[in-house]
Design a protein around this ligand. Sequence first.
Ligand code: PLP
Length: 391
Amino acid sequence: MAFDFITEQLKNQRSLFRYRERVCIKTNNRSSTDNNDTTSEPYIDVAGKQYLNFSSNDYLGLNHHPNINQAMQEGIDKFGLSASSSSLITGFNYAHQALEEVICQWLNKPNCLLFSSGFSANMAAFQALGQDQSTNFFLDKLSHASMLDGAYASKATVKRFAHNDLTHLSQLMKKNTAQNLLIASEGVFSMDGDQAKLLALAQLSKKHNAWLYLDDAHSVGVIGEKGQGSASKIASNITMATFGKAIATSGAFLACDAPLHDYLINFARHYIYSTAISPALAWATKRSIELIQQAQWRRDKISELTHLLTELLDPKINIIASQSAIQSIIVGDEKKTIQISETLKKQGLWLTAIRPPTVAVGSSRLRVTVCANHNHKQINQLASCLNKALD
Ligand SMILES: Cc1ncc(COP(=O)(O)O)c(C=O)c1O
């Protein structure tokens, strides 16, 4: 029968404990006050039960922030909810331009381009840059699916270096004779939470006259004195970040120099053939970035709470050391990871089990995100439940 593989592959997923399902979440829109500012409460309702959420990417607790909601409403009134066209037709408007300017100032980059998602921004950039075989991409092994898909969809040669292994990267680069070289990495790795070796990557790219591409999806908002992510440490050639995590809206940007910006406008298919992001959303995103730059207390709180969590966890627990909001606990086996996640749910804690192919086989995990809207009591509760569940 046609498309037989569909039922077969679903059956296979189930037997491997890798079957994925959505759960319908009712977000709790209660907020509280912290540091004289408003912060959302980290609870979700699923099937009538309330859970303390440790799987959200709302790292700074900005979702539901009244100023961002107000900017959204203002944006709707001033510019409309829909761009009604792609950016190159009549979809690019004042709200988009104002957001691009704020991002350029924040990251100290000359130009910036908005996309409807981080996935499309990465796809667009890699496809457009890998226009022929004179280009070689070097990607960290743990790079996000969208970078890999974009790289493999391009005509460039793709090489992957072992995670954060600069010696391996250096060996791969030495053998290389292509004209255009690009090293790509995440700033903070989405599933491990560790950081790229930014200074070493910058040095190596300089040595080989290669460009450096950083996917800062999990760094922006969280790292740097103004939350500017990796840009607080080094200057990359291209920075991509999404709005759907710490910035608490939706969409993404690519920040780069003027020639690349103009090239992407002319050749990036995901930019050209797609409706521009909602102008109201762009306006709300601008407001969020302005708040983020001032809200150092949110970044400090994440550091304080992650420190507390690692202190409280049993030293036997296999946690990946990280300075970011992402604290990954490796369990290994898919079935066991699901069981622990279910045990925690019964205790009112939401921690999604992350399994292959999102992570390597044998490294299924509980990916804890510690956010600025958590408090000491909640971290204590999490640590005590994890210590028991992983005993
Ligand atoms: C590292 C990384 N890059 C890109 C993306 C895609 O961004 P978006 O959700 O905006 O499509 C994600 C996550 O979703 C991510 O974790």
